[in-house]
Design a binder for this molecule. Sequence first.
Ligand SMILES: NC(=O)c1ccc[n+]([C@@H]2O[C@H](COP(=O)([O-])OP(=O)(O)OC[C@H]3O[C@@H](n4cnc5c(N)ncnc54)[C@H](O)[C@@H]3O)[C@@H](O)[C@H]2O)c1
Length: 255
Amino acid sequence: MKDRLEGRVAIVTGGGHGIGKAYAMRLAAEGAKVVIAEIDEAAAQAVAKELGDAGHEALGVRTDVSDPASVEQMAQAAIRRFGRIDVLVNNAAIFATVPMSRSPFDEISIDEWDRMMSVNVKGPWLASRAVIPQMRKQGYGKIINVSSGTALKGSPSRIHYVTSKAGVLGFTKTLANEVGKDNICVNCVAPGSTLSEENPDESIVKMRTQASATRALKRVQSPEDLTGAVVFFASADSDFITGQTLVVDGGSCMH
Ligand SMILES: NC(=O)c1ccc[n+]([C@@H]2O[C@H](COP(=O)([O-])OP(=O)(O)OC[C@H]3O[C@@H](n4cnc5c(N)ncnc54)[C@H](O)[C@@H]3O)[C@@H](O)[C@H]2O)c1
């Protein structure tokens, strides 16, 4: 099925790399006009160009999701260029491209903890706050947050990241309750360990391969494995679904 998002405008935060780029590509392939809101401006412009060259409408906007003024500019740029905002994918995070420590809980610096919360938890809140006035005007909107299987299962390292992704679960349910009256749906995707790195070294490939053993479906997860869930939450097929978290991990965490 194609063209499920014809006429829709979607913003993907962190859409310049990894899984976010795959979301941007797939949303465009389904007919959406896509805004790539990314801290790495060159990557945002490169993805927008790739989409433009393929015949899609796309806009790259340098955005820091932890900065209220920056996300306001993101929303305004989307409205100026495309006239509306139907979908926000809150994908940007400190994870791989902007890397995190994978350390025990007592070895993580206070500065890194604060930065993690600022990007991974405050970022989705600020970005949602920036787009919801437009969605309210339209009487329609889809917000898709990105958590992680680690928030449901726990993990023996990176407690700041896992805590931030657990925050996204509560954020999803509360925001869904608050904006349901405006016909805005808020849902969440929780990916499993995904080979999203652009140039993975041997240790990363090994780590992602080992995750296969914990799954019902025994293979490495790719960014493309996640895009169907995001299109579903972005499309009319999910118009009466809100406040939900869908785990996409090949059956590792059966939530
Ligand atoms: N890859 C996995 O195994 C995995 C598993 C579970 C969840 N996730 C989540 O999926 C999402 C995508 O992860 P990924 O694997 O593609 O990693 P990634 O690090 O490549 O993607 C994150 C993107 O966000 C951007 N970004 C970072 N800080 C930003 C900021 N302040 N403002 C705007 N953009 C910013 C980065 O430049 C990057 O493009 C993240 O939310 C991550 O937590 C990934």
